[in-house]
Design a protein around this ligand. Structure first.
Ligand code: FES
Length: 136
């Protein structure tokens, strides 16, 4: 019997992600703790990673949604300049050593980008859900 496809969640319209442009950043839970992830378009493909540097576990964007260097070639950590290959998240220079970014699975269909929660990464409950009264 075939396995059911993994559930996916809508992320943003495809048109929001220009080639090597600003990223879409969203809230997630990684191992149950609040974090953010980002998705950007590079060489036509949408890639996404947890927004956490492999050097020191901190957010990397130098302006909200800005992850690429001035030449728009590498993902650059704003803190100490670690550089990552956008296509696979591998560290290619700087203090990230042999580290790599934590990938988030994404795909695109009919003008919409989707992401796939995993065992380690899930959606952050909405504020509405968190504020909803609990049943007795
Ligand atoms: S925290 Fe990213 S390079 Fe140091």
């Amino acid at each position: 019997m075939a396995e059911a496809p993994a559930p996916r969640l809508p992320l943003c319209p495809s048109a929001e992600l220009a080639e090597r442009g600003k990223a879409h950043v969203w809230d997630i839970l990684q191992w149950g703790r609040p974090a953010t992830a980002f998705a950007l378009r590079f060489d036509g493909a949408v890639v996404a990673y947890v927004n956490r540097c492999a050097h020191v576990p901190t957010q990397m964007d130098w302006q909200p949604g800005e992850f690429l260097d001035l030449e728009r070639r590498w993902i650059l950590c704003s803190l100490h300049g670690a550089m990552y290959e956008p296509a696979d998240g591998r560290c290619i220079g700087g203090p990230c050593g042999r580290g790599r970014l934590w990938p988030v699975r994404v795909d695109e269909q009919d003008g919409q980008v989707y992401w796939y929660p995993s065992r380690d990464i899930g959606p952050k409950p909405s504020d509405d859900a968190a504020a909803a009264p609990r049943s007795p």
